[in-house]
Design a binder for this molecule. Structure first.
Ligand code: NAI
Length: 339
């Protein structure tokens, strides 16, 4: 049996971490029929559309993708393909587990960090709905709807019911009383449907401070899109950086698995990228495909490489190349199970 999965390597370090992840997934023994869908800033410019049709066709057919990062130009140029993909396929839940990796030195060595971020993925100011009203005056629209807020809250609480104890909604409803106020009201309504899960609220600036001071007190975080984007990178920094932070964009019909990080142009093409974040995204993908055993084996293999001080990339204190680290993960997968 093999699964058809769209592979979007992306650009920058994307192709490097995607190739590494394909190797690691192959070593689990799960058959994946990868359907290549190239996507990069250049391809978008040539196609003249943010999501070129070959990507739409492939994902429409497979319903599941593993995706590397795609560069979005800053302060001009074409709109984000990532935002467009999430909207086009209604991938409304951006789910990002944040866990300390055994053996990776961080500022929080003895702190048991283990949280899951649920970031609303389709609206908020992150949609990039902006226009110049008159010269030098720009308006950016923050759209928050009951529908999107309720469904991300439901997704977070559904996950919390499986072994988690608390959901923290993060907002700025003291200032954005209507938009974040609506988001918060929806979170409260969904919380009331789940009395077994503790529910709390934090204003986003306070949440940022608490995350740095007491990261171990967080469990499931529930955020609108922009705060979720920022808090995700902060949280990745707590556990060793973007090279280790996986993610999933989930809807009711489609799922796109991608790391939190971007295309890292500063290290692209040099064999330095850490593919762990995309490999851990593939762990989430294997679970989604109904291969929990392979998912667990790949996760264990990655953790063993870190725990046992085997080759690691420079972002986490090593000197291994992307390929050397990947080989270590594959060797670890092949090693007899440790007790
Ligand atoms: P970035 O995440 O690409 O890089 C930030 C820093 O983290 C850099 O120093 C980079 O070298 C390092 N880093 C990131 N991933 C790494 C990895 N796997 N291994 C080792 N080091 C890693 O963020 P930046 O520079 O703000 O964005 C670059 C481009 O990526 C932008 O065009 C942005 O729009 C795009 N982007 C795309 C995303 C996606 O496709 N999902 C997500 C975030 C950014």
């Amino acid at each position: 049996m093999s699964y058809a999965v769209t592979l979007i390597p992306g650009d920058g370090i994307g192709p490097e971490v995607a190739q590494a992840t394909v190797r690691a997934v192959a070593a689990t023994g799960v058959g994946i029929d990868w359907q290549m869908a190239e996507l990069s800033a250049d391809i978008i410019l040539r196609a003249g559309e943010v999501i070129p049709s070959h990507v739409v066709q492939s994902l429409s057919a497979t319903k599941v993708a593993l995706k590397g990062p795609v560069t979005t130009p800053v302060a001009g140029g074409f709109p984000s393909v990532n935002v467009a993909l999430r909207k086009r396929f209604d991938l409304y839940a951006n789910v990002r587990p944040v866990r300390a990796m055994p053996g990776v030195k961080t500022r929080y060595a003895d702190v048991p960090i283990d949280m899951i971020i649920f970031r609303e993925n389709t609206e908020d100011v992150y949609s990039g709905l902006e226009h110049e009203v008159v010269v030098d005056v720009v308006e950016s629209l923050k759209i928050i709807t009951r529908r999107a807020s309720v469904r991300i809250a439901r997704a977070a609480f559904r996950r919390a019911l499986r072994g988690r104890r608390k959901v923290t909604a993060v907002h700025k409803a003291n200032i954005m009383k209507l938009s974040d106020g609506l988001f918060l009201r929806c979170c409260r309504e969904v919380a009331a449907e789940h009395p077994s899960i503790k529910y709390e609220e934090l204003i986003v600036d306070n949440a940022a401070m608490q995350l740095v001071m007491r990261p171990e007190t967080f469990d499931v975080l529930l955020l609108p899109n922009l705060y979720g984007d920022i808090v995700s990178d902060l949280a990745a920094g707590l556990v060793g950086g973007l090279g280790l932070a996986p993610g999933a964009n989930l809807g009711d019909e489609f799922a796109v698995f991608e790391a939190v990080h971007g295309s890292a142009p500063d290290i692209a093409g040099r064999g330095l990228a850490n593919p762990t974040a995309l490999m851990l995204s593939a762990v989430l993908m294997l679970d989604h495909l109904g291969e929990p055993d392979a998912a667990m084996r790949l996760r264990n293999a990655i953790e063993a490489v870190y725990r046992e001080g085997k080759p690691r990339t420079s972002d986490v204190g090593g000197s291994a190349s992307t390929s050397e680290y990947t080989s270590a993960v594959i060797d670890s997968l092949a090693a007899p199970a440790r007790t």
